[in-house]
Design a protein around this ligand. Structure first.
Ligand SMILES: Cc1cc2nc3c(=O)[nH]c(=O)nc-3n(C[C@H](O)[C@H](O)[C@H](O)COP(=O)(O)OP(=O)(O)OC[C@H]3O[C@@H](n4cnc5c(N)ncnc54)[C@H](O)[C@@H]3O)c2cc1C
Length: 457
């Protein structure tokens, strides 16, 4: 099921499509990713009027995006069909008129972290560079439904990071001050105020980890992650970008320090610009171009319960207990934690994780003891030493990085796409990402976000 919207984002109307159709997995591609060359219709505009027309005449909705035969060359090749790759493609076309762009994904669009995350959005980071950057993303998210003509279900419901000891309370105060200096709505509140916002939290003083206070960030919230991916994909397709699923990059061609193209399981493509947007696989792709990055890959797990009546109106995070929880519009509780304690490319859930999660959730909200978990899953996270991303140029001319997204990159999708598109189109580094360059590691100018990004995604 997909929700559609008018330009004001006010009317949400469900339309029927199977999940596989909606994500385009069966968009005419053969098993090997080839396409039979049929011309497909461009997606039409979603509106109350088009819904009425389709209802009255029982006509079929065109697919959200089209399939194409792979060309031998493009102006820009983007590796990775998650929110970062798709947003970069969309803004290249929309803001800079660069449309001869291919997004390549070895699986299906949104099959990486972008379809596996817990969809928390916020901008209350620790460094001024981080706060400015993530806040620009929240602003773009706020208007995204109208911009993409696709309801992304952004729900601003407030975000609470609990402090259970003096050290974390001190970090919360520090963050609140940095945030206020950047005009971000963020303040430290006491246990009484926390109880008013989240009555089900155990704020008693005699618990193992008593709650001493919290950083409260009203603009934070949650969004529908697959809608964001589909919205960007559909809008990029409508502007002429080609999206190629089941197209794996197996090598990157570099001649005399310049990128010249990529090798794929469907043949070679020549391109003067290649952008690496592969999150948990980014070091494999960077290695293909001979670019080394200080990245380690860890699995991150999450879980969801059966749906219950709405009772939790804020996102609640506890760094000390390594757990966070929010309630979706459908009523399920979504839980997450910090990354698994070992590097791996495995995306399997573990019993260990669920046991620890249940223990910590019940310490925070004992009333949830009767709730049943529906499912759990995992995704891959590329962690950098300072918990900030790596964005921009590399020593290989034409090869760009938008990686190192750790456990917090979904919220950064729009601003990253906007900035990477500008970097590619203007051949310069936009100010908003200038602190996140690869060279900061050799220059020793890290952007330390650990205090704001370790558990609270
Ligand atoms: C459980 C979990 C919870 C999270 N919660 C949050 C949260 O609440 N808030 C938040 O902001 N962030 C969160 N994150 C992090 C967030 O999901 C990621 O940082 C973000 O989705 C990265 O997006 P992306 O577009 O860069 O990469 P991805 O969405 O991972 O896309 C990368 C794509 O690259 C493709 N690819 C890889 N190798 C190749 C190749 N050789 N050729 C072609 N394609 C290739 C993959 O198939 C994949 O689709 C969470 C992550 C997980 C796993």
């Amino acid at each position: 099921m997909v929700c559609v919207t008018d330009t004001g984002g006010r009317h949400c109307v469900p339309i029927v499509a199977t999940d596989r159709e909606a994500c385009g997995v069966i968009n005419g591609n053969g098993r090997d990713g080839s396409f039979d060359g049929r011309r497909e219709k461009k997606s039409s505009r979603y509106s109350a009027f088009s819904l009425l027309r389709h209802g009255l005449f029982s006509s079929e909705w065109p697919r959200a995006w089209r399939n194409h035969d792979l060309r031998g060359s493009y102006d820009v090749v983007i590796i990775g069909g998650g929110v970062h790759g798709l947003a970069t493609a969309y803004y290249l076309a929309e803001n800079h008129g660069i449309r001869n762009v291919a997004v390549l994904d070895k699986g299906y669009l949104g099959g990486g972290g972008s379809g596996r995350n817990t969809a928390i959005l916020r901008s209350n980071y620790l460094t001024p560079e981080g706060v400015r950057f993530y806040d620009r993303s929240l602003t773009l998210y706020q208007h995204l439904a109208a911009d993409l003509n696709f309801n992304v279900m952004f729900s601003r419901r407030g975000h609470l990071t609990l402090a259970h000891n003096d050290a974390s309370l001190r970090t919360m105060r520090w963050r609140a001050e940095v945030n206020k200096l950047q005009a971000i709505d963020s303040e430290v509140i006491d246990p009484g105020q926390i109880s008013e916002l989240v009555p089900h939290l155990n704020t008693a003083a005699d618990t193992r980890y008593p709650i001493l206070g919290a950083l409260y960030h009203p603009p934070g919230g949650i969004i529908r992650h697959d809608a964001v991916v589909w919205g960007y994909a559909r809008a990029a397709d409508a502007r002429g970008v080609q999206l190629h699923q089941k197209t794996e990059v197996t090598g990157i061609d570099v001649t005399r320090g310049r990128v010249t193209g990529v090798q794929t399981n469907r043949g070679p493509i020549s391109a003067p610009v290649v952008v690496n947007c592969t999150a948990g696989w980014s070091s494999i792709i960077s290695d293909m171009a001979g670019v080394r990055t200080p990245v380690q890959t860890f699995p991150l797990q999450a879980a969801v319960t059966e749906p219950v009546k709405p009772f939790l109106h804020a996102v609640v995070v506890s760094g000390t207990l390594h757990v966070y929880v929010s309630q979706t519009d459908r009523g399920e509780l979504v839980f997450g934690a910090s990354v698994d304690p070992f590097t791996s490319y495995s995306m399997r859930g573990s019993l260990d994780f669920v046991e620890g999660l249940a223990t910590h959730v019940l310490e925070l909200m004992p009333a949830l003891s009767k709730m049943r978990l529906l499912r759990q899953w995992a995704g891959l996270c590329d962690m950098t030493p300072d918990y900030s991303p790596i964005m921009g140029t590399t020593p290989v001319e034409g090869f760009y990085l938008d990686v190192g997204w750790g456990t917090y990159g979904f919220k950064a999708g729009p601003v990253s796409g906007e900035a990477m598109a500008e970097a590619v189109a203007t051949r310069s580094t936009p100010e908003i990402i200038s602190a996140f360059g690869l060279d900061r590691f050799s220059a020793g100018e890290l952007v330390g976000e650990k205090g704001a990004a370790a558990v609270g995604h």
